[in-house]
Ligand binder design. Structure first.
Ligand code: CTP
Ligand code: CA
Length: 227
């Protein structure tokens, strides 16, 4: 009765969701990007809100609708996403659905690169901060539940299990993003949830259904912890 009166099982919980791609500038007119539409992250935020959570939605440049009722922080680069995430803590849970660019230019040009008879441009890369790994390793400020995604094209469960260990997060939602799967940019997702006890393969379903199932599972996990 109390949960119903106060608006749902996640009422009073602050949950952070990252979503969408990041854009890493090469010069003032060009950037590195990826195919993330932001659809899964946006659906997760909506599902959490529908269970009563207060959601901070940190999104890169994505077409997906901004979830109504979320506190939205719009960013472009991985570094900006990292800073926005840190500024939004503390949180009871954090869901890292963004497709963060692994690399940025070591130095973005302040001027447009021009064609030259001297040859092709050579782009030097630097590694971006790993936001999920960083947040998973926080001490007192670590969210009680940290959930990552693993976009894989081969050996999905093995790669994702290793990724969970490497990142130090509690759960990994692994998805197969092989070109034939139709998941990047599509409306469906096929995920495997990996936690400390093993792998739970979910049937292929819409991204909205994945979001609702995840949100209920988060509510169950947080419900076991004192509010
Ligand atoms: N992630 C992140 N910050 C990064 C890279 C990834 O927060 N700089 C998060 C993603 O949001 C996702 C998880 O880490 O939840 C795994 O992302 P993924 O790209 O699959 O993992 P990587 O460690 O970057 O490994 P890979 O070499 O397979 O890309
Ligand atoms: Ca990556």
């Amino acid at each position: 009765i109390e949960a119903a009166l106060s608006g749902g099982p996640l009422s009073g919980r602050h949950i952070l969701v990252t979503s969408g791609p990041t854009h890493e500038p090469i010069d003032p007119v060009r950037y590195i990007a990826n195919r993330s539409s932001g659809a899964q992250g946006s659906a997760i935020a909506r599902a959490l809100i529908s269970l009563g959570a207060q959601v901070t939605f940190v999104t890169g440049p994505a077409d997906a609708p901004r979830p109504p009722g979320a506190h939205v922080l719009e960013v472009q680069t991985a570094q900006e996403m990292h800073d926005a995430v840190i500024s939004a803590l503390p949180a009871d849970a954090a869901i890292f659905a963004a497709a963060v660019a692994d690399w940025r230019m070591a130095e973005a040009s302040t001027r447009k690169l021009k064609k030259s008879k001297d040859g092709l441009p050579v782009l030097a890369f630097a590694e971006n901060p790993d936001i999920l790994r960083h947040v998973s390793g926080l001490g007192d400020n670590r969210p009680g539940l940290v959930v990552g995604f693993a976009a894989e094209t081969d050996d999905v469960i093995d790669n994702a299990t290793a990724k969970r260990d490497r990142k130090g997060c509690d759960w990994i939602l692994a998805n197969d993003v092989s070109p034939g799967s139709g998941i990047m940019g599509g409306t469906e997702n096929a995920v495997v949830l990996i936690d400390a006890t093993g792998a739970d393969t979910w049937p292929r379903m819409t991204k909205d259904d994945v979001a609702q199932r995840l949100a209920r599972r988060i509510a169950d996990a947080l419900g076991a912890v004192q509010n």
